[in-house]
Design a binder for this molecule. Sequence first.
Ligand SMILES: Nc1ncnc2c1ncn2[C@@H]1O[C@H](COP(=O)(O)OP(=O)(O)OP(=O)(O)O)[C@@H](O)[C@H]1O
Ligand SMILES: [Mg+2]
Length: 154
Amino acid sequence: MKYEQVCNNLDDTKELACRFAKLVTDGCFVNLYGEIGAGKTAFVKLVADALEVKEKVTSPSFVILNEYHSGILPMYHFDLYRLENEGVKTIIDELREYSEGRQLTFVEWAEFSQDEIPFNHLKINVTYNDDDSRVYTFESTEAEGDKIIEGLSR
Ligand SMILES: Nc1ncnc2c1ncn2[C@@H]1O[C@H](COP(=O)(O)OP(=O)(O)OP(=O)(O)O)[C@@H](O)[C@H]1O
Ligand SMILES: [Mg+2]
């Protein structure tokens, strides 16, 4: 299943993130795709706000993983960019653990997984324009993702 939404500005992305947050309270493992500056981290930050995460949410580009425990559900935010393909191979088993249970896990730069992250529930691709508009495309790869896409489509 697929769901696509055009966000003309950050407020639109915030609205999308709020709707998304209400649908993931049982937990979800999300791979995020899209080029540098597309709006992957921006979306994660807005979802964190909607989940009432109190800590400041920052990009995990340098630390690989940030975690947040103050919100409605635990949130884990990976950025695989610096690990590249070889590094990702070494943490696949750890990543898999974050796909189980009631928590929300986001993985930026899942491209580096070379499709070795088969346990994701949802993929989000962000495309970038010269202005503030972005296109967020959600694609589910299994039943849990389907439920979220159905909710977004309503
Ligand atoms: N409609 C919009 N939706 C999301 N972000 C937007 C929008 N309009 C402008 N922006 C801005 O675009 C930038 C997106 O940067 P962000 O850090 O989210 O990119 P990224 O995809 O995580 O890149 P990287 O691969 O470097 O981690 C932010 O500065 C954000 O404020
Ligand atoms: Mg980012």
